[in-house]
Structure formats: structure tokens, C-alpha cells
Ligand binder design. Structure first.
Ligand code: ATP
Ligand code: MG
Length: 332
């Protein structure tokens, strides 16, 4: 079975609707045909400042949300990135074949660093895409299911794999991105031109998997729209309404056109209420299951240890090959 690799950062107490619709739903579907490796990428999370106690809790919370969303340990490998040191080790090697200018062109770095200011921005945030390349290349990954916001990082991964192979001999599989076409990107409800993000500035625009249903409903009620009245799909002219249409289409499986027809001549109020209901219905069982899993942290840790064991074995084999190719000698 072809390998897929993907991960999310434990950078918040909850994943959000973009993580879910843009990635997790796809992760679950892939289990039927692929050999998936799903990772809680804690090394990535510390590229922006995290509170240690919060991070500690969020690693398990993130893993629990994967499981509650349908990641199945019979068919997938689930582990925590810092449990497999090969990720950091291969990232170092890859950083030595990454151009400074090349890394400087990453738009996520530019966005995040602009928000934080130059003094708060770390070298780790800058080299984040190189670590992501290591994550993917360690497992001979063929497909990487990610949201549209990761397209550029995946392009860099492909370039690095190709460059390493041509310089040192065929080693890495050059992976493909698997980006869901429908609603690949979900936007902030308060700022519908900015992608929904765990590290977003507005809590009100962020739809969290772990929010209580009433909170979710309220966030949709106060979602920013526009002064018009038509529920029409027009991402440039009506970003708020278009985002809500994408969300409703993705949660119900109905088409945008069908939804436009249904809401013709009805106000935004009705429409927003229905979007909220559809989302709450979808997220409620996931939230309940997550809370249940979190009641037994020892069991979660046991499952994560099994995953780390499986992942380590594969990752170390690839790291050793890469070290050999570079010319390192093995420890005698
Ligand atoms: P952070 O703000 O800490 O970077 P994030 O919300 O961007 O968090 P990540 O952990 O970086 O989430 O990404 C996890 C996965 O979710 C990736 O596959 C990414 O493509 C996807 N993703 C993140 N945000 C969105 C979004 N708004 N719409 C669709 N997919 C998204
Ligand atoms: Mg992100």
C-alpha cells in the first residue's frame, strides 16, 4: 500500500473546522487504500512560543481528536513527532541543501513572522518547512494529504527530495500533494479573507472542534458577511458568504449550486442558522468521543508508544540510508 503522511500541530487546545474539513476528513477516507502515518507534530508547534503546560496537555488532546474523528489504529500509524528523533536528524541534513533564498520565499513564514515582528520570529519558524520535508521523506511517502495552505511547503519537499537524489543517489520518494478540491481552505469567520488558523488572533472567528455547541452556534450567528442579501458563491466579492457556503457544502455533502438555489430569496439569518446546525451536528460526536478518550491518559500514552515504535523502525532505516549517502561513517 502506498504511504501517506500528514500531521497537525498541538498548538491549541482544539483543532478547528479548517483542520477537520481541509485535512482530517480526508485522512480518515485514505485509510481504506493507503498505509497512513499520522503524526502530532510537537516539534513544529514550538516554532512559535508555547506555554509548556498547555503544550503538554495539547499533545494528548490533538491525538484524541484524531482518534475521535475516525483515525483507526488498525489501519494507521499514529505517533508524536518528538518520540522519533530521526525527524530532527534528517531535517538537519536537508537544511544543508536548502537555499536561504528558497526558504525565504515561503509565504507562511512571511505571514507568521509579519504578525509576530522580527524579534519574536525564530530560526525554527524559518526552517519549519525543512522539518516538514523530513517528516514526509523519512517514510517513503507517496501522498501528502494537506490543506491548500501547505501547497508551497510540499513543493519545497519535492524539490529537496529531487535535489538530494540527484546529488547523492536515489534515496527519497518524491511525494505528491493530495489537496481536496472542495473547500480546501476554510476562512476565519470574522476575517473571511484570512485562513482559519489555530494561532489566529480572533477567537470569535475560529470554529473549534472542542467548543460547546452553543459557542459554535454563536460564532456562526456573528460571522461577518456583507451588506447584500443574496446567498451567492463569489469568493472575491462575497468572501464571508462563500466561506459559509463551502462549510455547509462540505459538512452536508451537498453542492454549492444546490445550496444557492435553496437559499434564494431567504435572508442571511436563516442561512447562518442552518450552517451552524450542520456543523454542530457533525462535531458533537467528535467532541464527546475526544473527552471520553482524555479521561484515560495512560491508555492514550500506551497507544502513542506503539505508534512511535512502528514509526521509529521505518524512520531510522531511511535516516541511516541518507547518512550513508551523504558520506557519514557508521558508529562502530
Ligand atoms: P497554526 O496556526 O498553529 O499553524 P493551523 O490551523 O494552520 O495551525 P496546522 O497544524 O498548521 O494548523 O495544519 C494542520 C492541517 O490542517 C494541515 O494539513 C493544513 O493544511 C490544514 N489546515 C490548516 N488550516 C486550514 C484551513 N483554514 N483550511 C483548510 N485546511 C487547513
Ligand atoms: Mg499552520
Amino acid at each position: 500500500r502506498p504511504v501517506v503522511f500528514s500531521g497537525m500541530q498541538p498548538s491549541s487546545d482544539s483543532l478547528h473546522l479548517g483542520n477537520y474539513l481541509g485535512a482530517l476528513v480526508n485522512w480518515v477516507a485514505l485509510q481504506d487504500t493507503y498505509d497512513p502515518i499520522y503524526c502530532v507534530v510537537d516539534l513544529h508547534a514550538i516554532t512559535v512560543q508555547q506555554d509548556p503546560a498547555a503544550l503538554h496537555a495539547n499533545v494528548r488532546r490533538t491525538a484524541a481528536q484524531y482518534l475521535a474523528s475516525g483515525v483507526d489504529l488498525e489501519r494507521s500509524t499514529l505517533f508524536v513527532q518528538s518520540h522519533v528523533p530521526a525527524h530532527a536528524e534528517l531535517a538537519w541534513v536537508l537544511s544543508t541543501i536548502t537555499g536561504f533564498g528558497e526558504a525565504s520565499r515561503m509565504t507562511q513564514f512571511k505571514d507568521k513572522s509579519a504578525k509576530q515582528g522580527a524579534d519574536a520570529t525564530t530560526v525554527g519558524l524559518f526552517t519549519y518547512p525543512v522539518l516538514m520535508a523530513a517528516d514526509i521523506l523519512l517514510y517513503g511517502t507517496e501522498l501528502v494529504p494537506v490543506g491548500d495552505d501547505q501547497r508551497q511547503h510540499l513543493e519545497l519537499t519535492r524539490d529537496l527530495a529531487g535535489r538530494f537524489n540527484s546529488r547523492f543517489g536515489d534515496t527519497f520518494v518524491v511525494p505528491e500533494a493530495l489537496i481536496p478540491t472542495e473547500s480546501a481552505r476554510i476562512y476565519d469567520l470574522q476575517e473571511p479573507t484570512a485562513k482559519m488558523s489555530k494561532s489566529a488572533n480572533s477567537e470569535a472567528g475560529l470554529v473549534k472542534l472542542m467548543d460547546e455547541p452553543a459557542v459554535t452556534a454563536k460564532k456562526f450567528r456573528s460571522a461577518v458577511t456583507d451588506t447584500g442579501r443574496e446567498v451567492r458563491y463569489d469568493p472575491a466579492g462575497k468572501p464571508g458568504i462563500s466561506n459559509l457556503l463551502d462549510i455547509l457544502a462540505a459538512t452536508t455533502g451537498r453542492s454549492i449550486v444546490e445550496l444557492e438555489i435553496e437559499y434564494e430569496g431567504r435572508g442571511y439569518g436563516d442561512f447562518k442558522k442552518d450552517v451552524a446546525e450542520a456543523v454542530v451536528e457533525r462535531l458533537t460526536p467528535i467532541r464527546a468521543r475526544t473527552l471520553e478518550l482524555l479521561e484515560d491518559p495512560a491508555e492514550l500514552d500506551r497507544l502513542l508508544a506503539i505508534g512511535a515504535e512502528k514509526a521509529s523502525e521505518r524512520a531510522e532505516r531511511m535516516l541511516r540510508t541518507a547518512y550513508d549517502r551523504v558520506g557519514f561513517i557508521r558508529r562502530g
